[in-house]
Design a protein around this ligand. Structure first.
Ligand code: ATP
Length: 250
C-alpha cells in the first residue's frame, strides 16, 4: 500500500547545528501516530519540514506517493496535508458553522470572501453541520467564535483542518494550554477523526499519546531513538531513561 506520508533520510542543519538527523517515518492511511521527545528534540522542526515552512538540508518526503519536497506549503495543503489552523485564522465574528462553511467553500474552490457565498450556498452550511455532527461538535454550530473558550476554539481548528479533506492531518500539541476541564472533549474529538485520515500528533501529554496513538516515534536530539507500537514504547527502558523518566514528562 502506498504510505499516506513517507519521510526518507531527512536532515536539517542550521550552520553547525544538526537538528534533524536522518529521520525516516512512514504513516499508512488511517494511521494514529504520535511523535514524542524531550524539549529541543526537534519535533517542531520536523513539523515545519513536513509542512514546507523550512526546507530540509537533505532527504525526501512524499504524501500519498506525491513528492512533497520542493513544494510550497500551499501546494502541500492541496495535495492533502492538513494541519490545525492557528487561532487567529478563525473569523471571530462569525459562527462556528460559518467558519467551517468558509473552509468548505475553499475546499470546493468557491470564493470565500467575507462569508458572502454562504448566503447563496445553503448546502455548504448543511455540509458544515454534517461535519460538525460527525465530530461531536454540533452544539457549537451557531456559536460565535469570539464567545468560545480557548479549548473550544482548538476543537474548531481541527474541524476546519478536516473541512479541507486531508489525507494526512498534523496536530501540533492539540491540548497545549487547554484546561483539563475542556481536555475531555478534545479526547472525544480525536476518537471521532475520520478513520481513513492518517494522523500525526506531536504532544507532551502522555495520557493523550497513550490513548490516541497506535504507533509512537521517539525523537531524541533530532534522531529517531525508537519507533513501535504503543505498548513497546511505553515499556522500553531506553525510552523511560531518556524521555519518560523525569522532568516535565511523567
Ligand atoms: N531557525 C532555527 N535556527 C537555529 N536553530 C534552530 C532553529 N529552529 C530550531 N532550532 C534548534 O533546533 C533544535 C530543535 O528545536 P525544536 O523546536 O524543533 O524542538 P522541539 O522538540 O519542538 O522542542 P519543544 O518540545 O521544546 O517544542 C533546538 O536546539 C533549537 O534551538
Amino acid at each position: 500500500m502506498t504510505p499516506a506520508l513517507q519521510l526518507q533520510g531527512i536532515n536539517k542543519r542550521y550552520g553547525a547545528l544538526h537538528v534533524t538527523r536522518d529521520v525516516n517515518l512512514e504513516l499508512q492511511p488511517g494511521a494514529r501516530h504520535a511523535l514524542i521527545g524531550p524539549n529541543g528534540a526537534g519535533k517542531s522542526t520536523l513539523v515545519h519540514l513536513i509542512t514546507g515552512l523550512v526546507p530540509p538540508s537533505s532527504g525526501k518526503m512524499w504524501l500519498g506517493g506525491e513528492l512533497l519536497t520542493g513544494r510550497t506549503p500551499e501546494r502541500r495543503v492541496k495535495l492533502g496535508l492538513g494541519r490545525t489552523f492557528q487561532i487567529n485564522s478563525l473569523f471571530g465574528k462569525l459562527t462556528v458553522g460559518e467558519n467551517v462553511g468558509l473552509a468548505l467553500a475553499a475546499a470546493h474552490g468557491v470564493d470565500g470572501s467575507m462569508g458572502r457565498p454562504l448566503q447563496h450556498r445553503p448546502e455548504l452550511m448543511d455540509e458544515a453541520a454534517q461535519l460538525l455532527s460527525s465530530l461531536g461538535l454540533i452544539d457549537l454550530v451557531g456559536r460565535t467564535v469570539n464567545d468560545l473558550a480557548y479549548g473550544q476554539r482548538r476543537l474548531v481548528e481541527i474541524a476546519l483542518a478536516l473541512a479541507l479533506r486531508p489525507k494526512v492531518l498534523l496536530l501540533d500539541e492539540p491540548v497545549a494550554g487547554v484546561p483539563s476541564t475542556e481536555g475531555k472533549r478534545l479526547f472525544e474529538l480525536l476518537e471521532r477523526l475520520p478513520p481513513d485520515v492518517a494522523t500525526l500528533v506531536i504532544e507532551h501529554d502522555m495520557e493523550l499519546v497513550f490513548r490516541f496513538a497506535k504507533q509512537i516515534t521517539v525523537l531524541v536530539e533530532g534522531a529517531v531513538l525508537l519507533e513501535g507500537p504503543v505498548d513497546e514504547v511505553r515499556s522500553s527502558k531506553l525510552v523511560r531513561d531518556v524521555y519518560l523518566g523525569g522532568g516535565r514528562h511523567p
